[in-house]
Design a protein around this ligand. Structure first.
Ligand code: HEM
Length: 520
């Protein structure tokens, strides 16, 4: 009995009890809508639904879609938010509203707890790097294809090897993370930094630590989060500090050569300037006129954030598609090889943007795999920031701070939109492309990076993933290379994906067996 009255035990116990009472009794600002995951007549339906939904988002999103197809409903998730899930037909309305009403930025800040994890307001409030992805990176991707190809060829030869006799086994996602990290950083920081194993290791660690720290932090009561964050964000802070320490000498060197070029009146020294994200960031920072942006620490942190945005998403996508193909028909793989071989031959064996654009089956395979396996189970999540709130077309009043989203997983599995929705049909979109009557633009709507309310693997609207054109080129190139250069043992059953609350990821420990082919 004594132990309970000790202040060290009593104080946290009272804090936790107070928090639980607050959670249960706090006045709700949520609209009165059906609660997905609650049961009729039960006490504290919202609290119970949060836990049920967190445990089985697959069922929850499907139930929400089937039972509330034409109306908004509440989708509460423990350690997440209480979402107002809009019906599919109101998603476009959501996306058409200005950022002053629905904020994508506020939603991302809350999801990733950026104020507590990243801490540098200059990086969070002024994400110059996102603008650069959408503009320069997207425009330059076509020119960078030979570099991407060179890096993926050397990476596969080193990591998967050149043995054409014996089969080798790898844990696919782990191996893909390493290769994606290297190939992607070829475009972010160029040679030789993209092969610096310590830098890559830290980039991968940051990509893991950031969402993990945020996911745990969201379970804590707001006022005590800054305190808990000191401990929980420690791994991320250590890894990002190391990442920046490794990259900073290269940044300083480039800043100095930049300076030297400006002092070179004839501009001769401009020749040989690297064409990579780091260099574009330096120019962008200079043009911004803000000295904070020019600091090596700021520039390095932006590259670290890019690693976070790209490594997991891309390594998940390539892992998914390989497992999809290996558990389907061998003929699909042969048909893809045939397409790649023919198109390459027609383009003198050169990988460039025209070669990549001429592979509808390969593109369709990636799009189909993401349809089935997209990590986003809800889409286009936004926070209401209009001071007076906003009313949806069907009359639901949303107060400031409310989180709103549209459906994603159940739409991807809706048989009226995608016939045989649970089947992996790699050429589904290529077939649609060839049978669609209409202009080139109508056909292009079937291309992988094209988004719509019915295809949200990259989100949709003006905040859709800005890196999707780069990602689609990089990953298609990689899939083509893998299929031409390696044979695989087919798998009887696709290893199951794993759900972590809202997110869905590939089987992280599943492996495959491959052998280098004698000739492509
Ligand atoms: C297959 C790979 C990828 C997938 C599936 C993917 C998916 C997504 C999704 C679903 C969103 C949220 C969009 C929304 O809220 O509507 C997003 C945002 C974002 N993605 Fe990607 N992504 C991928 C690759 C990349 C790459 C390679 C980069 C960087 C080069 C990148 C950079 C970003 C950024 C910066 C945002 C936030 C945009 C904003 O705040 O407005 N992504 N991505």
């Amino acid at each position: 009995m004594d132990i309970i009255t000790r202040p060290a035990v009593l104080a946290p116990a009272l804090l936790i009890a107070g928090y639980l009472v607050y959670q249960i009794l706090r006045p709700s600002t949520l609209p009165r809508l059906p609660i997905v995951g609650s049961r009729p007549g039960e006490w504290f339906p919202l609290v119970k639904a949060r836990w049920r939904n967190a445990k089985d988002m697959r069922t929850s999103t499907l139930v929400a879609y089937q039972q509330h197809r034409d109306e908004a409903c509440l989708l509460p998730i423990a350690g997440g938010q209480d979402f107002v899930l809009l019906p599919l037909q109101e998603m476009q309305w959501l996306l058409d509203q200005p950022d002053s009403i629905f904020s994508n930025h506020a939603a991302i800040k809350e999801d990733l707890q950026l104020d507590l994890v990243v801490r540098d307001p200059g990086l969070i409030e002024n994400p110059l790097h996102n603008h650069l992805i959408a503009t320069k990176l997207t425009r330059e991707t076509g020119n960078l294809i030979p570099d991407l190809f060179d890096e993926l060829q050397t990476s596969f030869e080193e990591i998967w090897g050149r043995d054409t006799v014996n089969f080798k086994q790898v844990v696919l996602w782990e191996s893909m993370q390493l290769i994606i990290g290297r190939v992607t950083n070829r475009v972010f920081v160029g040679l030789p930094m993209c092969r610096n194993s310590a830098l890559l290791e830290m980039g991968i660690a940051c990509a893991r630590d950031l969402p993990m720290a945020a996911a745990i932090l969201r379970f804590f009561w707001g006022p005590i989060r800054p305190l808990v964050a000191l401990l929980l964000t420690l791994p991320f802070r250590i890894h990002s500090a190391r990442f920046c320490r490794i990259l900073k000498p290269e940044i300083t060197r480039r800043l100095q050569s930049n300076e030297a070029r400006q002092n070179d009146p004839e501009g001769k020294a401009l020749r040989g300037e690297p064409n990579d994200f780091l260099q574009w960031s330096i120019h962008q920072a200079k043009a911004s006129g803000d000295p904070h942006n020019m600091k090596p620490q700021t520039l390095a942190s932006r590259i670290m954030l890019l690693n976070f945005a790209s490594i997991h998403t891309s390594s998940f996508a390539i892992t998914h598609v390989l497992f999809d193909l290996l558990a389907s028909k061998k003929e699909y793989i042969e048909e893809l090889r045939e397409e790649v071989r023919e198109v390459l031959a027609a383009h003198d064996g050169q990988w460039d943007k025209r070669t990549l654009a001429a592979l509808p089956k390969l593109d369709s395979t990636m799009r189909e795999s993401q349809r089935l396996n997209s990590f986003a189970t809800i889409a286009t999540s936004r926070t209401v920031i209009a001071p007076k709130g906003v009313k949806t077309p069907s009359g639901v009043e949303l107060s400031p701070g409310t989180r709103v989203c549209g459906p994603s997983f159940p739409v991807f599995h809706d048989g009226d939109i995608y016939p045989d929705p649970y089947e992996f049909r790699p050429f589904r979109f290529a077939e649609k492309r060839s049978t669609t009557e209409g202009s080139y633009v109508d056909k292009a709507r079937q291309a992988w990076p094209t988004t719509s309310t019915e295809y949200t693997a990259f989100g949709h609207g003006r905040h859709a993933c800005p890196g999707r054109f780069f990602a689609s080129s990089e990953l298609k190139l990689m899939l083509a290379y893998i299929l031409l250069h390696y044979d695989f043992e087919m798998q009887e059953k696709r290893p199951e994906n794993v759900w972590f609350g809202l997110q869905r990821v590939p089987p992280l420990k599943a492996s495959l067996r491959f052998r280098r082919r004698d000739a492509p």
